[in-house]
Structure formats: C-alpha cells, structure tokens
Write a protein that binds this ligand. Structure first.
Ligand code: SF4
Length: 251
C-alpha cells in the first residue's frame, strides 16, 4: 500500500454511502455520494445532496469503509463515485485512487459532466474504469432552462473520454412533457453522434416522484411537483426506439 504519510490530505463532504448498489456500474457496487452540485436540475431526486452535510471525511477514512466490501467486488464490481457532483471532488478521488489500486479495486464516476476540464478532473477520468455521463438535454436552451448549466461542459467531458478511449455510458432522464417524445429521442441520438461521442451504451431513465418528499422536507420549491412519473412501458418504447436509431447510425 502506498505510504499514507506521504499522502495529501483532502477532505470531502460525504452525503451517504450505499452498499450492494446494483446500478451505476458493473457488478456489485459500493456507492459514495458526495455533496455539492453546480446544477439545479428541475427533475433532481437528490436535492438533499446540493448542500454540505457536515460529514467531512479523509480519503483514508472513505477508503477504509470501501475496503470492507472488497470480497463482493468480484465480477467487475467496485466503487461508484456519485452525488451531487463527484468531479467537484476530483482531488479527493485522485488521492484515494492509489489506495484503491493497492487493493485492486476500481471505480466508476457517475457525473453530470458539468465541471471544468481541469488537469485534476482529467486525471480522475483517466483512472476510472468507466464514466457514466448524463446527457441531460440536446440543445443549449433546454439545458440552461432545466439545469441552469452550460451544455458545452458535459460535451467536453464526453469528448475527452472518447479521445482517451475511456469506457463511457450515456444516460438521459426522460421527463413527461419535457423530453418524452420519439422526436426528442431522435434528437438525443443525433446530438451524441454528430458530436463524435463513442460510448458503450446509452440508457434512458424514467423520471420518478420518489424524491418529492425531500423537497418538502427541505422547504425547496419543486418545479415538477405536478409532473407524473414516466411509465415503464413508455420508457421501454423510447429505449427501443433509441437503440434502433443508434444501430442504424452505425451502419
Ligand atoms: S446533476 Fe444530479 S444531483 Fe445535481 S441537480 Fe442534477 S440531478 Fe441533482
């Protein structure tokens, strides 16, 4: 194991941990949720990660929690850094990486990509087993309107992953009345293809209302309080449609 005495000592504000998470990467995952996010997505189901929790931890402390789950990481499992926005904590991820590496534990980054592409962020991406990147909207106006962010940032991250040959999975949350038509899905396919992103998979996720109670508890206005969850049938239809378009674009 690398000498801990030579380590930097970045602290990160941790929202929570989730053991035996089966999503957000391959195999059994141990998810680390950081607090802090530069976006304010209208459909966010984790508004409780926006602000600091006060649970400050060192990389060594987080590593010691992760290490206990090592026996379960067979078959491609490992850690998933999520949030909030994990890449706001790229220095922390870069500090924990040699510790994980010493135990043969890999990590995925589940990111909105809404960060500057600094050397530190590049380094975190370079060492990741996989990057799961949100493609929130396919045009700058909607991206700004529904997230408050700049669409160019995730695109730059996706292009960097592509240039570096990193394993990339794209994700889009489908919200009724906002981006739930075949036309929308076709535009997403066109957007990622025309921008040259190379990815293993493009997954659509259903908007759900399970996080609504958090807005109430935090006294935050919920802009989609009257929006229903997306039905599974509709999601499946749109995913099938997306897969067909992407396949036809390959040919
Ligand atoms: S990027 Fe994720 S955590 Fe941040 S506001 Fe959007 S949905 Fe919420």
């Amino acid at each position: 194991m690398p000498g801990l005495s030579t380590m930097q000592c970045n602290m990160a504000d941790i929202h929570s941990f989730e053991s035996f998470a089966a999503v957000d990467g391959e195999g059994i995952r141990y998810a680390v949720f950081f607090t802090g996010c530069p976006l304010r997505c209208a459909y966010c189901h984790n508004p409780d990660t926006w602000h600091r929790s006060g649970n400050e931890m060192t990389a060594e402390e987080v590593f010691n929690k992760i290490r206990r789950y090592k026996p379960y990481f067979r078959n491609g499992g490992g850690v998933t850094f999520s949030g909030g926005e994990p890449l706001l904590n790229s220095d922390f991820i870069n500090e924990i990486y040699p510790l994980l590496q010493s135990e043969g534990i890999g990590y995925c980054i589940d990111t909105s990509g809404s960060v500057e592409l600094t050397d530190s962020v590049r380094h975190s991406v370079d060492n990741a087993d996989m990057v799961i990147l949100d493609i929130k909207f396919h045009d700058a106006g909607k991206y700004k309107k529904y997230t408050g962010g700049d669409i160019e940032k995730p695109l730059a991250l996706g292009r960097y992953c592509t240039e570096k040959g990193r394993r990339l999975v794209l994700r889009t949350v489908i919200v009724p009345g906002i981006n739930d038509t075949e036309e929308d899905v076709g535009e997403y396919a066109r957007y990622v293809t025309e921008n040259g992103l190379k990815f293993e998979k493009y997954e659509l996720l259903a908007f759900h209302t399970m996080g609504f109670f958090k807005y109430e508890n935090l006294s935050i206005e919920n802009p989609l309080v009257h929006t229903p969850a997306l039905e599974a049938k509709k999601l499946n239809e749109l995913q099938t449609y997306l897969n067909e378009i992407l396949k036809s674009q390959e040919g």
